[in-house]
Design a protein around this ligand. Structure first.
Ligand code: GDP
Ligand code: MG
Length: 162
């Protein structure tokens, strides 16, 4: 089974940038992957010889009333479809109230989510991450998607050698 990775987080944290990095070896969109709807953006990627599907979403602001807006539904459906959930946050903006709401939702889902702190370029990684540890995620990854930094090591952790 090809693992499915969902990217969720507030708008502008870098989800689409990471999606593009993850799929650039094979940027064709997945046309017919059984059971997946076409409302979200699906891509296929490879880490070494390990194939995966990645889902980009519009993002959750954490302020949706009851999380029932269309965009929120997209993100929640992506989480449902995924084997692996990556919760992206912006290391420059620091922890926001929206991040806390999203973290709370992810904690209540049965999917294990990994926290990914993006935009760590030009920052002290410890300072960038400090705020976010209090969200209580077991695994925290530091990346700079725009510079493709930390992305391979993230994939190495998510897709261990069979
Ligand atoms: P999305 O709304 O979560 O999909 O975010 P985007 O991928 O569209 O990125 C939002 C903005 O953040 C864009 O201007 C990106 O160029 C910028 N961005 C993404 N990744 C990084 C990064 O690693 N470092 C910095 N400095 N900017 C980034
Ligand atoms: Mg986007």
């Amino acid at each position: 089974m090809t693992p499915v990775i969902a990217l969720v987080g507030r708008p502008n944290v870098g989800k689409s940038t990471l999606f593009n990095q993850m799929t650039r070896t094979r940027d064709a969109l997945v046309a017919d992957f059984p059971g997946l709807t076409r409302d979200r953006k699906y891509g296929e990627g490879f880490y070494e010889d390990r194939k995966f599907i990645v889902i980009d979403t519009g993002g959750l602001t954490g302020q949706e009333a009851g999380l029932d807006s269309e965009m929120a539904q997209q993100s929640l459906q992506a989480v449902d479809e995924a084997d692996i959930v990556l919760f992206l946050v912006d290391g420059r903006a620091g922890l926001t109230a929206g991040d806390e709401v999203i973290a709370d939702h992810l904690r209540r889902s049965d999917k294990q989510a990994h926290l990914v702190v993006n935009k760590t370029d030009g920052q002290d990684p410890d300072v960038a991450a400090a705020d976010f540890y209090k969200l209580g995620f077991q695994s925290v990854f530091m990346i700079a998607a725009a510079h493709n930094r930390g992305v391979r090591s993230l994939l190495e952790h998510l897709l261990p050698e069979p």
